[in-house]
Design a protein around this ligand. Structure first.
Ligand SMILES: Cc1cc2nc3c(=O)[nH]c(=O)nc-3n(C[C@H](O)[C@H](O)[C@H](O)COP(=O)(O)OP(=O)(O)OC[C@H]3O[C@@H](n4cnc5c(N)ncnc54)[C@H](O)[C@@H]3O)c2cc1C
Length: 412
């Protein structure tokens, strides 16, 4: 398909957005706790209401042909370039887009993409489409108590039994599992090959007998992620995503989408530079030369991050999977989030730790308590640095001591 001219397409996008969304408010207001929360902290009924608002917008976007912009058309996407993604994000920022949630992002930007790229025609028709439209929601069942950074060490097992697979194991830190219809799960199907080669991906119905979801209470007060226990869970072979043993490839593609989504997404995550500036103004601190220096540093870092997101988007191949450069934007985003919280905390001093009723001050605890989690989710800062070193800068790789079949590794 020939690509529409981005400028003409921009006008079309703007007109469509105006039919489904209100314009963004231009006034500089003091950010509220909900805006400053890096991860949502809502009671279950409010989280469901938020999910419904997000889903209504995602459905409208899908129906108008603006979902999965760079996914090839034969895989269910719009087949457009990275430049079109940038145009859509720029236009969207002028409107009051409903605040998204982790689960919406995982469903649309990770699981839907993985199923679209690795699934069969039937899986694309029955599941990927529903995930892109958020008719069905899907969580990511990857991490385990003993397999986070070293994800390929996962121990959840799947054993084939006729036309079904029987799954036993435990997952952890599963965002949104309590609201998900399906989980994209990685399981070990062959322990007698090197660890990466013996993994297979499945879509697991979260209401299948043997699936138990237990929320984890976070230090920020919410419980947005969970432990998921799987005991003799039976999944039909038609819900296997990719070939047996192709799970590591599915995982890597999904994680690259996750880094891109985390690093470049325009969903608000916690406080931003304008929020810190508004805070400095409301506290009467903008004449202090040290404060001005900190604000300027933050502004420059935010601008550098935006420029890097743009550069990575423009150089990544249209229609393809994100490359290792996605680690750069993920790392810059998590560092920016951390520094934003630090500058806000410096401005407030002790006032950040007690709710004195001063507008916009105590609310920043939501940012400070959430930002560390963002340095772990989607691969820690250290892992992003390893990826940048090895795959972007082509530095010598870390020594690997786990080349033997998984079943012969210590601890198995
Ligand atoms: C908010 C949040 C949401 C999440 N949501 C999900 C989800 O929905 N689904 C899911 O499957 N998982 C999810 N996770 C889990 C996340 O992917 C893991 O926490 C992450 O991969 C790190 O794994 P770990 O916690 O086991 O830490 P570990 O891997 O045990 O790491 C501990 C420390 O060692 C460092 N380290 C480990 N290996 C190396 C190395 N080779 N080189 C240098 N340093 C190293 C790490 O950087 C870290 O500082 C979520 C996590 C968070 C915080």
């Amino acid at each position: 398909m020939s690509q529409p001219d981005p400028d003409a397409w921009r006008r079309q996008v703007r007109q469509w957005l105006a039919t489904v969304l209100e314009p963004a408010s231009a006034s500089e207001s003091t950010a509220q706790a909900a805006d400053l929360a890096v991860f949502h902290n809502l009671p279950e009924d409010e989280e469901r209401l938020l999910l419904d608002r997000c889903r209504a917008y995602q459905r409208a976007r899908f129906d108008a042909g603006y979902q999965a912009l760079t996914l090839p058309e034969d895989k269910g996407g719009a087949g457009l370039s990275a430049a079109h993604v940038a145009v859509f994000a720029q236009e969207e920022s002028a409107f009051a887009v409903p605040p998204s949630t982790e689960l919406i992002s995982v469903t649309v930007r990770l699981v839907a993409m993985a199923v679209s790229l690795f699934g069969t025609d039937e899986q694309r028709r029955d599941h990927a489409r529903a995930f892109l439209r958020t008719d069905l929601l899907a969580c990511q069942l990857f991490s385990e108590p003993g397999a986070g950074s070293d994800l390929a060490a996962l121990r959840t097992r799947a054993r084939q039994d006729g036309d079904e697979w029987v799954i036993d194991g435990q997952k952890v830190w599963t965002s949104g599992a309590q609201f998900a219809d399906y989980g994209l799960l990685l399981a070990r199907t062959d322990p007698d090959v090197v660890k990466q080669a013996g993994i297979t991906a499945f879509l697991v119905p979260m209401d299948a007998p043997g699936v138990e979801v237990r929320p984890i209470r976070q230090m920020s007060g919410g419980a947005s992620f969970n432990e998921v226990f799987l005991s003799g869970v039976r999944v039909p072979d038609r819900l296997r995503i990719g070939r047996p043993g192709q799970g590591w490839e599915v995982a890597n593609a999904t994680l690259a989408f996750e880094r891109t989504a985390s690093g470049s997404g325009n969903r608000r995550k916690g406080g931003t530079f304008p929020d810190v500036l508004a805070l400095a103004r409301s506290l009467g601190r903008t004449a202090d030369p040290l404060v001005r220096q900190r604000l300027a540093d933050l502004y420059v870092r935010a601008a550098l991050r935006a420029a890097t997101v743009d550069r990575v988007a423009r150089t990544s191949a249209a229609g393809g999977r994100p490359g290792p450069e996605a680690s750069l934007t993920k790392l810059m985003a998590s560092e920016l989030l951390t520094r934003t919280g630090q500058v806000a905390a410096e401005l407030m001093g002790a006032r950040i730790s007690a709710d004195t009723g001063e507008p916009g001050t105590f609310a920043w605890t939501q940012h400070l308590l959430g930002a560390p989690g963002y340095r772990l989710a989607g691969g820690t800062d250290q892992i992003q640095r390893n990826l940048i070193g090895e795959r972007v800068l082509k530095l010598p790789p870390e020594p690997r001591v786990d080349r033997a079949p998984f079943s012969q590794l210590p601890g198995d």
